[in-house]
Ligand binder design. Structure first.
Ligand SMILES: [Zn+2]
Length: 286
């Protein structure tokens, strides 16, 4: 299993602590030559947070996350279901940002002071919960801790370690989500924060000989492992989903392809899969 979440209870079952390892998943999702260091970190963080949340979804529940930067249409998306199917992508407007410009920017500058988070939870049975909060920290991670506290009244702490090499390739991604269960003492969050800060080397060192599965017990006393939740990158796109996009092409273009017997190719910008529409399929649109 290459990408997974370890689910635990700790502090005398007062806290749920989840540990994610999703290096391979982030490598795949961030494999885009138009994505510089900053965008990989922004997307990687959003996907890691979504990965952690997927482990607390039940049955048919789904979650969609949108990180809205202060610039119009510059957004980061991720979604997940309870089976651990995760996807993430960034808007074309962000991808078009010149690499040099993007790399001179900090994440806080990219988010800006008008950034906000949108979380949509499909709880099944036609029940949808939507939460929106501002991003006072501008670093995505602390903004999500803030979101859970404000919007869902759950004291939460996210901590992520995403490591890139000098070529801007992701070499390690690990993360933690701690959530207090009802009745737990609020001081525990501060204690967990200190433990995580004191163990940054263990969490960020991809060459460590310590197996990731040992990390929960090394960090915290009194940890009960509740289970392992496998996660995987899964787009879920199909040719049927893209067929209506042919309507958005202009008629001359369609007729030209039809008359010249040229297939039209549409690429899924989430997973990179190519869908080709032949002469007969184009004819149906014309
Ligand atoms: Zn796709």
């Amino acid at each position: 299993m290459r990408n997974y979440v370890i689910k635990t209870l700790a502090y005398n079952k007062q806290v749920r602590i989840l540990f994610v390892k999703n290096t391979e998943m982030l490598k795949k999702i961030c494999d885009n030559k138009n994505m510089g260091r900053l965008l990989k970190i922004a997307l990687g963080k959003t996907v890691s947070i979504t990965s952690l949340i997927s482990a607390i979804l039940k049955d048919n529940q789904r979650i969609s996350i949108k990180v809205n930067t202060s610039s119009k249409n510059c957004k980061i998306f991720a979604d997940a279901d309870a089976l651990g199917n995760i996807r993430g992508y960034i808007s074309d407007e962000l991808l078009k940002l010149p690499l040099a410009e993007a790399n001179n920017m900090s994440l806080e500058q990219l988010i800006g002071d008008k950034g906000y988070l949108q979380v949509m939870k499909d709880l099944g049975m036609n029940s949808i919960f939507t939460g929106i909060t501002e991003m006072p920290y501008g670093n995505i991670v602390d903004d999500f801790s803030y979101y859970f506290k404000q919007s869902e009244q759950i004291p939460s702490l996210f901590s992520l370690n995403i490591v890139l090499d000098e070529n801007n390739e992701i070499i390690s991604s690990r993360g933690i989500l701690a959530q207090l269960l009802p009745g737990a003492s609020i001081d525990i969050i501060e204690d967990i924060k200190n433990i995580i800060n004191d163990n940054q080397l263990l969490l960020s060192n991809p060459n460590s000989n310590i197996a990731f599965k040992e990390v929960p017990n090394l960090l915290f006393k009194d940890v009960d492992i509740m289970g392992i939740h496998p996660i995987q990158f899964f787009c879920g796109c199909s040719k049927d989903i893209f067929y209506p996009m042919l309507y958005s092409l202009n008629k001359e273009e369609l007729i030209h392809s039809y008359e010249n017997n040229k297939a039209i190719e549409i690429v899924c910008n989430v997973c990179g899969k190519k869908y080709s529409f032949n002469k007969d399929e184009i004819k149906r649109i014309i």
